[in-house]
Every structure is written in structure tokens, then in C-alpha cells.
Design a protein around this ligand. Sequence first.
Ligand SMILES: Cc1cc2nc3c(=O)[nH]c(=O)nc-3n(C[C@H](O)[C@H](O)[C@H](O)COP(=O)(O)OP(=O)(O)OC[C@H]3O[C@@H](n4cnc5c(N)ncnc54)[C@H](O)[C@@H]3O)c2cc1C
Length: 383
Amino acid sequence: MKICVIGAGVLGLSIAHELSADGHDVTVVEREHPFAGASHRSFAWINANSKFPSSYHRINAEGIEAHLALQERLSTGRRWMHRSGCLLVDHSEERPATYARRIEEAEAEGYPVRRVDADELRRLEPAAVWPGDVDGALLYSSEGYLDNDIFGEVLQAELARRGVEIEIAEAVRIDSDESGAVLHLADGSSRSFDRVVVAAGAASGALAEASGFRIPVADLSQATVRTHSLLGLTRPTDVDLRHVLISDRFNVRPRHDGRLWVQVPEVEPRVAEGESPELLAEVAEVMAGELERLFGRPVEMEKVIFSGRSFPEDGHSIIGFVDEGEKVYCAVTHSGMTLAALFGALTAQELRGEESALLADFRPSRFDGGVARADDSYFIGKQ
Ligand SMILES: Cc1cc2nc3c(=O)[nH]c(=O)nc-3n(C[C@H](O)[C@H](O)[C@H](O)COP(=O)(O)OP(=O)(O)OC[C@H]3O[C@@H](n4cnc5c(N)ncnc54)[C@H](O)[C@@H]3O)c2cc1C
């Protein structure tokens, strides 16, 4: 089939890759450049941690395995998926209750978790100087992190090798009927395809609306902790961080180039203030303070990025056909780093006509009766 994928973020590229591997004639249409959206500024913790309901947990757990399988299948010698394990630390007095609840949640799903004591925590993460009252942590051994820039480069190289072009053009509307789909571009031209896949991240909602479909994605014009995050990037450091660290005070994870990605829950509500250089500098200072407290030595910040999420209004992925004739398919999610490899494979499977039971709870049709908006008190340790 002749298929157009709209958007060259992590989802669009992964989907285009699987569709071209299936032998389709694939074109990617991207309005700016590959990885122009959330995909280049993501914390990219690969996890199914505290994700509900069970069906959402399941796709995220499968998402972890799908990355590992794809990495092995492509055998390019470049690694983007690192199963480092994740340590979850609660510094507050609520710690016993937090750990008990998180263990209960994980065990109910058969998701690997175990309690580690203070000695083991120090052995697992020797670069960190834990406060005296931190008596341990939870270890999630199946989790890890994704070097998103490397994943993007690998996918683009694979697409180029297969002759798939990434065309710089803006999609403004899609019409579809029984025979196929027509894509209208901002330059006034139109192109016909057998199928169109919308993977335009946060912009998918507006494109759907212009086309008479419904893909409810949060509006990024009003920044809240649900839609935005202040994401820090350090300068290269020799701090030997070995796990993804998630806590009530900070989220920190390593990168392939010696930098660390950082989030600090305390400053997240400041996304409502916008992205002035003064604000980003203040947030960088808070982050540097947290890192110094964590590692017992200074770690320099390179920048703080005001980063918008592609956030489906009810907090769960939207994947499947959006039109009656089943010519237009969409894939939008805020756990896109975890889910990219899986959604690539399942989109290709569904466009072959084989419906995936895993995706049954995530169809666009669930919004037919209206949109239930997810809670605004979204916690960044759940991404
Ligand atoms: C701060 C932050 C932290 C995150 N942390 C995690 C995490 O820990 N774990 C995790 O799994 N996920 C995480 N995410 C989510 C994850 O990064 C996203 O779900 C993922 O990047 C979405 O990828 P995408 O391809 O759908 O969208 P995007 O990367 O936004 O790509 C969409 C692309 O479509 C293009 N486009 C838009 N409109 C059009 C148009 N009309 N025509 C043509 N092209 C168009 C854009 O230019 C863009 O390149 C995080 C996100 C943020 C912002």
C-alpha cells in the first residue's frame, strides 16, 4: 500500500520503519524537521510503573520488551535502550506507606519490584550521598532509559536505507472515503494515499479537528503540570550514575554523552509562569542545588527546557482508525518513549488487517460519548 505517516517524532519514525519493513511504499511528512517536537526533549524513562488501568500497564510493560527486541533485530551496533533498572526513593515520612502501596500495585501486575535496604542502595548507586534517614528504596529491575537522540538517528538511517523519504511539509487536512485518503498540505497541494497515519504529537488534535475526526489531545497554549515540564540537562559530568532515579525531590537519569536529564517536582508548577530566560535560570539553580545535595559535589547545568507533552485528554494512549472507512489511523500518547517500538510494530500489524487485542482499550472511538479529562495534579514520576 501507499502510506503517508504525518510527523517524524519517535512514534512517526518507528511506525514508518515498521510499515516500510512490511513492504509498503511509505512517505513521512514532517512540518519542521525530524524530532522537532516532544521527542527531542523527553526524560525518556522506559517504564510501566504505577500505570493504570491494567491494560495501560500491560502495553507499557510490553513496550519495554519491544525496544529490546527491536534493538536486537536491527543489530546496528548502536544502543538506545538501556535496561539500567530504576530506583524509587521517597525522602518523606510517608515512605513506609509509599513503598507498601507501590509494591502492592506492582505485584498485582506481576511487575518486578523489590525493596533494597540502605546498604544495598549505596552499593547500587555509589555516586549518590543519601541522607541518613533514607533507609532504602524500591528497585524496578525491568526498567531503564532511552537515548532518544540515538533512537531517532537509527530510525532515520534505517528509513534512508529503505528509500523512505522524510518530506518537509505541513499537513493541514485529511479527507477519506472508501477508496483511500487525500492529504492536503499547507502549500495548497494534495496527495492521495491508501492509508494515512497521524503521528503529529500534540498537534494531532488540531489536524483531526480540521479533518472532521476526533483525537482529543491537551491544548498546549495553557501550560500546567499535566501538559508541560521543566526539563533540565546538565553539562557532561563524570558522575557515575547507574540507574534511573525517581523520587519526590528529583528525577535524574544518565545519557550516552555524560550529561544527565533532570526534573524537580517542586518547580514543576512554575510551568504556568511561561518560559522566560529568568525563570529557566532560576529553575536551573534549583536543579543544580538538588544535584549537589544528591551527589555531594557540583554538577553544572547546561540548560532547562520548557517542554510540552503530547497528552491525550484522558491520560491514555489513542491508537487506531479514526474514520469510518478505516483509511486514517492515529497514534498519540504521552508515554511515547516507552511505547514507540511497540506502537510501530502494532500499527504495522493492524494495517495488515490483524487487530491487536492489546490496544482494545485505547481506541479513538472511546471519546464518542464525550471526553473525560485526566486529573490536573499529574505527577512527573508517573510519565
Ligand atoms: C518533559 C517530558 C518528559 C517525558 N518523559 C517521558 C518518559 O519518561 N517516558 C516516556 O515514555 N515518555 C515520556 N515523555 C513523552 C514522550 O516524549 C512523548 O510521548 C513522545 O516524544 C511523543 O512522540 P510523538 O512522535 O508522538 O510526538 P512528537 O515528538 O511531538 O512529534 C510530532 C512531530 O509531528 C510534527 N508535526 C506536527 N504537526 C504536523 C503537521 N500538521 N504536519 C506535519 N508534521 C507535523 C512535529 O513537528 C513533530 O516533529 C515525556 C515528554 C516530555 C515533554
